[in-house]
Design a protein around this ligand. Structure first.
Ligand code: KIV
Length: 277
């Protein structure tokens, strides 16, 4: 499939829905690419899903770069890399430098950062430096503790108004697309109609211009915690456990490997080594 460009993505506003899934390594990236997913997101959710952290806060630039490079090697699709916590908040210079590392060291096509009006200076500076930024508002996992935990955002009038204002500020600052996580469907609809760039929902209802999910959730591979908005399109965790248990049992019983999975010796071993070897 031909890689989308930023204008291609923006043109999809109000048209065919954009599909976005997380990818953290080359083999998954190859599969998602082959399935025709529009955008691969190297999400900092890899901290929870792959690295066993309790949140995305500990994820480092080096960890993100390591996975972003692997995804690039596995796919020629449009790749967005998540900027980890404190890689863009300390100073605008830091934000540009770290965004640039994803471009120069990992071949990413865009970066994503979390936050509203407070990150607009960083967004403007990264865009001015020639890079593309995807925004992320609503439930922003890096600062979930300040939001009262992993909860739906924008339920009261003040926070709904603030989210709309944040979306407009980010669009004005130059984001090419905006992730909206865990907000009521009607608010997502209003925001989608209010900005000129595509909105990508995750727990934000059907009115968004596209949808994103964590691939391991969609495949039923990460059973530690499954948010309500996740639809499981497969249930691979039990299948993986069954396959691994079958391997364990066959190795212990000696039925694996059998002749079909072994290499037959063509030479006469007794002649070659003598009867005692
Ligand atoms: O880190 C991530 O995977 C994300 C998506 C869930 C939007 O930010």
């Amino acid at each position: 499939m031909k890689k989308l460009t930023i204008p291609d993505i923006i043109k999809r506003k109000g048209g065919e829905k954009l599909t976005v899934l997380t990818a953290y390594d080359a083999s998954f990236a190859r599969l998602l690419d082959a399935a025709g997913i529009d955008i691969l997101l190297v999400g900092d959710s890899l901290g929870n899903v792959l690295l066993g952290y309790e949140s995305t806060v500990p994820v480092t630039m080096e960890e993100m770069l390591h996975h972003a490079r692997a995804v690039r090697r596995g796919s020629s699709a449009f790749v967005v890399a998540d900027m980890p916590f404190l890689s863009y908040q300390i100073s605008v210079e830091d934000a540009v430098r770290n965004a640039g590392r994803f471009y120069k060291e990992a071949g990413s096509d865009a970066v994503k950062l979390e936050g509203g009006a407070e990150v607009c200076d960083a967004v403007r500076a990264i865009v001015r430096a020639g890079m593309a930024v995807m925004g992320h508002i609503g439930l922003t996992p890096q600062t979930a503790a300040n939001l009262g935990g992993y909860k739906v955002q924008g339920k009261d009038a003040d926070s709904a108004r603030r989210l709309l204002a944040d979306a407009k500020a980010l669009a004005e600052a130059g984001v090419f697309a905006l992730v909206m996580e865990c907000i009521p469907d009607k608010l997502a609809e209003v925001i989608t109609a209010s900005i000129a760039v595509p909105t990508i929902g995750i727990g934000a209802g059907p009115a968004c211009d596209g949808q994103v999910l964590v691939t391991h959730d969609l495949l039923g591979m990460f059973d530690k915690f499954v948010p309500r908005f996740v639809k499981g399109y497969a249930s691979l965790a039990p299948q993986i456990k069954d396959a691994v248990s079958a391997f364990r049992d066959e190795v212990r019983s000696g039925s694996y490997p059998d002749a079909e999975h072994s290499f037959a010796m063509q030479l006469d071993v007794d002649k070659l080594f003598g009867e005692k070897g």
